[in-house]
Design a protein around this ligand. Structure first.
Ligand code: HEM
Length: 211
C-alpha cells in the first residue's frame, strides 16, 4: 500500500485522539474512584505502563516500516516518542507530587538509594534528552551527533522494563513478558548493535588479538 502525506496526517490525528483519550480516561478514573483502593498507586501504574507501551510502539515503527516497505510511517515515530516522554513526565510528576509532596531532595535520595528508581531515572533522563533534541532544528544543529544521541533510546527501552520488574513485589509474570518483548525487539536490531562493536575499544582489542 502506498502511504501518502494525507494518510500520515490522518494517522497523526488518530495518535493524538488515542493519546488524549487515554489521558481523559485517566482523569475520569481518578475522579470516579476507578483507580482502585490506592489512587496514587493506580496513577503511577497507569502513567508508567503508558510510557512503556508508547516507547515499545515507537521502536516497533521502524521494523514495521521496513518489513512492509512503508518508509513514510517513520514520519509518525517522533510524535509517538514524544507521547512516551509525556507519559514518563506524568509518571514522575505523580510520584513527586503525590508520594513525595514535591520534596526534590527526597526524590534525589530515593533515586540514589533505591536501585529500581535509579534505573527508572536513567531511562527517564534519556527520554528527556531525546524529547528536547527531537526537533528538526536540533537535528540540523547537532549534525551526526544527533543520531548518536538518539541511539540511547535502546538503553532507555531496556531499562524501562527492568525498572518495572524490579518495582513489583508480586505478580512478576507481566513485567517478565514486557522484558522478554523488549529483548526480542532489541534482538531485531542485532545488526545495528554489531556495527557499533568496533567502536568499543575493549571489544576491538579482544577481537583483534584473537585473529
Ligand atoms: C525518575 C524517573 C522515574 C521514577 C521516579 C519512577 C517511579 C516509579 C515508582 C515509584 C513505581 C512503583 C509504583 C508502585 O508500585 O507503587 C514505578 C513503577 C513503574 N514505572 Fe516508573 N519511575 C520512573 C521512570 C519510569 C520510566 C521512564 C518508565 C517507562 C518508560 C517507567 C515505567 C514504570 C512502570 C511500567 C511501572 C510499573 C507499573 C505497574 O506496576 O503497573 N518508569 N515507577
Amino acid at each position: 500500500m502506498k502511504i501518502t502525506p494525507r494518510h500520515i496526517t490522518g494517522l497523526k490525528v488518530i495518535i493524538h485522539l488515542i493519546s488524549l483519550g487515554f489521558l481523559a480516561m485517566m482523569i475520569a478514573q481518578t475522579l470516579t474512584g476507578g483507580l482502585g483502593a490506592d489512587p496514587v498507586e493506580g496513577l503511577s501504574h497507569f502513567t508508567g505502563k503508558a510510557a512503556l507501551n508508547t516507547l515499545i510502539i515507537t521502536l516497533l515503527i521502524s521494523p514495521i516500516a521496513r518489513r512492509f516497505k512503508m518508509g513514510q510511517l517513520l514520519k509518525v515515530r517522533r510524535l509517538v516518542g514524544l507521547y512516551s516522554f509525556f507519559w514518563a513526565a506524568m509518571h514522575l510528576l505523580v510520584y513527586l507530587a503525590l508520594d513525595l509532596s514535591f520534596d526534590i531532595s527526597l526524590l534525589a535520595s530515593e533515586i540514589v538509594e533505591r536501585p529500581y528508581l535509579t534505573v527508572g531515572a536513567i531511562s527517564w533522563l534519556i527520554l528527556f534528552a531525546l524529547a528536547v533534541t527531537s526537533t528538526q532544528g536540533m537535528q540540523r544543529r547537532l549534525g551526526p551527533k544527533w543520531q548518536k544521541i538518539h541511539n540511547w533510546v535502546y538503553l532507555a527501552l531496556l531499562l524501562a522494563p527492568i525498572h518495572y520488574y524490579w518495582s513489583v513485589k508480586s505478580g512478576l509474570t507481566e513485567p517478565a513478558i514486557y522484558l522478554a518483548a523488549v529483548l526480542i525487539l532489541l534482538a531485531f536490531r542485532h545488526k545495528t548493535f554489531r556495527r557499533w562493536l568496533p567502536a568499543i575499544p575493549y571489544i576491538n582489542r579482544t577481537t583483534s588479538s584473537r585473529s
